[in-house]
Design a protein around this ligand. Sequence first.
Ligand code: SAH
Ligand code: SF4
Ligand code: F3S
Length: 419
Amino acid sequence: MPTFVVKTFGCQFNELYSASVADMLERAGLEQSTVLDQASLVVINTCAVREKAEEKAFSFLGEAARAVDASRIIFMGCSATLDQERAKRIAGRELNIIPGTAGVEEVLARVQSVAACVQSDLAAPRSLFPTADIEVVRGCESECTYCIVPRARGRETVVDAGVILREAEESIQHGFRELLLLGQNINRYHWNGGGLIDLLSVIDRLNGDFWFWFLSPHPAYFRRTEVECFMQLNHAERHVHLPLQSGSDSILRRMNRRYSMADYDALARAVRSGQGWRLTTDIIVGFPGETDEDFEATVAAVHRYQFDEVFLAKYSDRPGTPSSTMRDKVPRKTIDERHSALLRVVQDLSLRSNAGMAGRSVDVLVVKAAALGMTFGKSRDGRNVWFDNQTGMSLRPGSFVRVTVDHGSREGLYGVCID
Ligand code: SAH
Ligand code: SF4
Ligand code: F3S
């Protein structure tokens, strides 16, 4: 059987697009593999958000180009918009390039023509089961000064509410148990005078046994009343991801984040007032001009909100972004030191948050059947859960179970499921 390789870097959008491509190729009779030199097709889905991610993708492209002919390689995603010349220098002019601004329909059509297969429908990809990823906002126009996404992903457009609701309904009917709504700044969603919260409220009223969640809200476009309203919804996961980026008002201004710490505080407190709700965030250390005081303000904010998990990034200069031309760059050594200091704090918080769950019973959605005796799932508040299935029945992905937590680590919870 002919095989294909898909290598994915970056965010949930890339995960979704790659899964859609993989599903289409599998339906066309190709088998997914990791062996490059035997592949009929190699798909590389790239991310340019930090230099490291980008370098990894280009290095994988070099590896692929040594193994197969460039005409059998598809280079897609954000670096495929931003640096086509470099990609061609590495792999040759026969390389197939699909820019990151192409929507999933266009991506599928282009892959279809390279692979000479028939296009599948646009239903949620099976390979992400039991999660159905659903795009609600494409592109981004928020212009955070450090961020390459607006250049790589293009203009912001919203998906029609009718299309989203149909996809949500069909996914539930097909047994998907988690709906994950996606937008780079999802609070920009609008339809018929309504906004994101109205869409979420309609989704919440759909029939069926499912949870739903969304990524990523932007604190400048999220109101406290909307957070509170989301927290009342029956099918909502008990988790809000609220990207902070910096705890210093002056750095937030230079990042063009359009909110102050006082605005952020109102949202974070709303989440923190909910029993059993998890609060997670993204932080960048070493943004140009970040002083010791600015950094201390970020550390203080992390302590104040006791984030359950923090995705910590070292500032990375992205060519063409406004911050890349700011003059007062923080030296690499200082960035490294601040990163290690804050990493210790956030790792300790993750451990404490998960360890604090020991002895409790939690609802878990099974994601992967048992491997090495442990079944993997996620809790309603978005934690990883590994558990020993002692029910005597085999548990399939998509089952809801109750797990008694034995202990927690930085990565998640460990427990047992008895009935
Ligand atoms: N649209 C989402 C995700 C953006 S990219 C959001 O706004 O939250 C994911 C994360 O990568 C960002 O939240 C930010 O923390 C980080 N990031 C983006 N650009 C970066 C850069 N130039 N250097 C370091 N981290 C960056
Ligand atoms: Fe980048 Fe800001 Fe858009 Fe997020 S909201 S993708 S950080 S520009
Ligand atoms: Fe990366 Fe592009 Fe997503 S830059 S984070 S893959 S939108």
